[in-house]
Write a protein that binds this ligand. Structure first.
Ligand SMILES: [Zn+2]
Length: 347
């Protein structure tokens, strides 16, 4: 089969002028770095919008050869403040994937509470806090983390940070992690969750403004791994998010980014639920290219670090489109061993 025009998607999270913090836990790009990377990417392909992809999926028109879709996940206010002006200046389309619960209810997603705690609390103190609240809540935490396994899993981190991430991401169920982190965050932030949420996430007006540009997609009502929820719970996450976004933007968004984006979070069951709720295409975090649009609910996507202009690109600008392998996650995956464990990096 002849390969179709390739679509490469690229995902961004934090874009802020400074990443200074007590502890290095939040990674991303400054607006200048973001602008430089967008310019680098503009030299290797053609940027496409949500509507372009939608029309291509529907067979109404084809995408340009070497298409690039830029996505920004989690509805972070800094994306509106610092990435959106760069995109507007360069005339580049993008899709912002929004969680609606943090915006409507002024809460913080667990994944962001973890980032904030890690940036403000030393890893050994964070571990002690987790054990203390774990004891109080009756959640049994693994005492002896296998240091070698933690090191292999998180090779770029210090041993303490690797232990912390291992404990949080790989030994707890999502429900246990939520309860524990809620307690830790409450203790640390002294009831400031609503105020912090206001500074971290976009507000309704900002989402409406991006909606006016048809640059909005769904990331679930809460930031939960759809593939690891029951079909009913996954459906609720999509319908709530969809209904709220329709009110905020005036149109029904049709694009989804699976929260967390790892393989189990993007199961065929989650894709089927999404399709039933009117989702027309969806991005995973499978690091691959999309050689065709035959499986629109499993479009692969790179992290911004992985592509030209990023910190550790897989291939050079010249070779990127020729080298990116085809997406495969549309094939069914085995059931997870632990019902609701999920890797902890946000997506
Ligand atoms: Zn996310």
């Amino acid at each position: 089969m002849t390969p179709g025009p390739m679509l490469v998607a690229v995902n961004f999270h934090y874009v802020r002028p400074s990443f200074e913090a007590r502890f290095e836990a939040i990674h991303g790009l400054t607006p200048e770095q973001f602008g430089r990377q967008v310019e680098t990417l503009s030299r290797i392909g053609t940027f496409v919008s949500a509507d372009d992809i939608r029309d291509a999926v529907a067979g109404i028109r084809t995408l340009p050869d070497r298409s690039i879709a830029l996505t920004l996940d989690d509805g972070l206010r800094e994306q509106y403040d610092h990435a959106w002006p760069v995109l507007r200046r360069l005339g580049v389309p993008a899709i912002f994937f929004i969680n609606t619960d943090p915006i409507l209810n002024r809460r913080l997603s667990t994944v962001h509470k973890i980032h904030l705690l890690r940036s403000e609390v030393a890893p050994e103190h964070f571990l002690a806090m987790l054990h203390r609240h774990g004891d109080a809540l009756g959640i049994r935490l693994a005492r002896g983390i296998d240091a070698e396994r933690a090191r292999v899993q998180y090779e770029y981190d210090t041993p303490e940070v690797a232990r912390l991430k291992f404990l949080l991401n790989l030994t707890l169920t999502a429900a246990e992690r939520d309860r524990l982190i809620d307690r830790c965050f409450e203790e640390h932030s002294d009831g400031e969750e609503a105020r912090i949420s206001q500074t971290l996430y976009m507000d309704a007006g900002q989402v409406g403004c991006l909606g006016h540009e048809r640059a909005i997609g769904l990331h679930g009502h809460r930031h939960l791994p759809l593939g690891l929820l029951s079909p009913e719970a996954a459906e609720e996450q999509i319908t709530l998010c969809s209904a709220h976004l329709e009110v905020l933007t005036g149109y029904r968004p049709f694009a989804l980014s699976y929260p967390f984006g790892e393989r189990q979070a993007c199961s065929s069951q989650a894709a089927a639920v999404a399709a039933r709720q009117g989702i027309e295409f969806a991005f995973t975090m499978e690091r691959a290219g999309n050689h065709d649009l035959g499986q629109p609910l499993h479009l692969a996507r790179f992290d911004s670090n992985d592509v030209p202009g990023g910190k550790r690109p897989y291939w050079s600008s010249e070779l990127f489109f020729a080298s990116a392998p085809a997406a495969t996650w549309c094939r069914d995956v085995p059931a997870p061993v632990v019902a609701d464990s999920v890797a902890g990096q946000p997506s």
